[in-house]
Design a protein around this ligand. Structure first.
Ligand code: HEC
Length: 158
């Protein structure tokens, strides 16, 4: 595990030196420009298992308040799969916009033995819209301006 982490770090450093893959404020822009209301409609697909808002509790899946910038697998008392915990370590431990975007396209590609029975969202716009919607809830489920959340937690090296 330590060894794999070391390799990942080396790869990240190489990418930075190469100048490619450095996240900038511009990368967050499509998410800031996305449609949170359309994202609320997309979230209906998630709401069979997930809650957001002031009274959000664990259901089949953990509550998603403050998920952008939140630590992977951090809801107290929720039994995450080992695969989810391991993937979280591989991804750096925090739900950034970039990681969430990749996850929602195909959860099983990032978390091979996930307990989340969800195939993924095929359209980029759906992913951007639902991420903007989720960024609009803080850790207590209160509604906040998603733009600074999306910029601060876009991911990569800003
Ligand atoms: C059929 C139920 C189900 C659906 C539908 C579903 N999820 Fe999940 N989700 C889960 C479960 C169960 C987990 C825990 C996975 C594990 O431990 O392997 C999870 C985990 C997550 C996590 C990780 C949270 C953390 O604390 O690390 C995120 C983020 C997430 N889901 C987002 C979504 C979004 C966004 C949607 C809709 C686009 C969605 N899920 C649809 C059941 C579901």
């Amino acid at each position: 595990m330590m060894k794999r982490f070391g390799i990942a770090l080396a790869a990240a450093a190489f990418t930075m030196v190469g100048g490619a893959g450095i996240a900038t404020a511009q990368d967050a822009q499509p998410y800031i420009d996305a449609d949170a209301e359309a994202g609320a409609a997309v979230f209906r697909q998630c709401s069979a298992c997930h809650m957001v808002g002031p009274n959000a509790m664990a259901r089949v899946g953990p509550p998603l308040n403050g998920i952008i910038g939140r630590e992977w697998g951090s809801i107290e008392g929720f039994r995450y799969s080992d695969s989810h915990v391991a993937a979280g370590e591989e991804q750096g431990g925090v739900w950034t916009v970039a990681i969430m975007s990749e996850y929602l396209e195909n959860p099983r590609a990032m978390v091979p033995r996930t307990r989340m029975a969800f195939a993924g969202l095929r359209q980029e716009a759906q992913i951007q819209n639902v991420i903007k919607y989720l960024a609009g809830f803080d850790a207590d489920g209160n509604e906040v301006d998603p733009a600074p959340v999306l910029t601060e937690h876009y991911g990569g090296d800003m």
